[in-house]
Design a protein. Structure first.
Length: 188
């Protein structure tokens, strides 16, 4: 992560490499002591740093720093789980244009600004959704399918509740729950 008042064109182009996971943040301070942080995003991160640089240093950095993808979360024989994820992912990103997906080693996050709305765990039996800052009673859950994560304070330092997508029929229910969690998070 690099933070500065501004970045050169070359520095901005560096975030476009798919295997060089760096973040650029511009910071501005105003007269009233307000500070604004703005993350610069790449339009497309498809080229590999290895195609343009044969430097041993760049190669070592690329080996040490891994940028994770959705494919890293789903094993080859998890086809049904991956299909369920793809449908859910398309619907949720289509429904909420301000949600951003963040892929790290163990989970896939859906973020609203800098707050996580959902932690998604890829499982063979289907995507496991963990709703941040929530308890089952926070949801209008007619089928009582949302479960409280009893270790949530230990692992997340906040209350969390979970729901698993096991079939295509569960996707609409998951979207309904997500809308409620989104509305609550947006109001905070």
């Amino acid at each position: 992560m690099f933070i500065a008042q501004s970045f050169t064109t070359h520095q901005q182009n560096a975030i476009e490499f798919k295997d060089l996971p760096i973040e650029l943040w511009e910071v501005q301070k105003y007269e009233n002591e307000t500070i604004l942080y703005n993350q610069l995003k790449s339009a497309d991160s498809s080229e590999s740093i290895k195609t343009i640089s044969k430097s041993e240093t760049v190669e070592n950095v690329s080996k040490q720093i891994k940028k994770y993808s959705i494919e890293d979360h789903f094993k080859l024989n998890w086809n049904e789980s991956r299909k369920l994820f793809d449908v859910f992912n398309e619907k949720i990103l289509g429904e909420f244009s301000d949600l951003k997906i963040n892929i790290v080693k163990s989970i896939i996050d859906y973020k609203l600004g800098n707050k996580v709305l959902i932690y998604l765990h890829a499982l063979k039996s289907g995507p496991w959704l963990t709703f941040s800052r929530s308890r089952p009673e926070d949801f209008n859950d007619p089928e009582k399918r949302v479960h409280y994560d009893k270790n949530s304070m230990k692992f997340y330092n906040q209350h969390t509740s979970s729901f698993q997508i096991k079939s295509a029929e569960d996707i609409d229910y998951a979207i309904m729950l997500t809308k409620q969690a989104y509305k609550r998070l947006k109001e905070k």
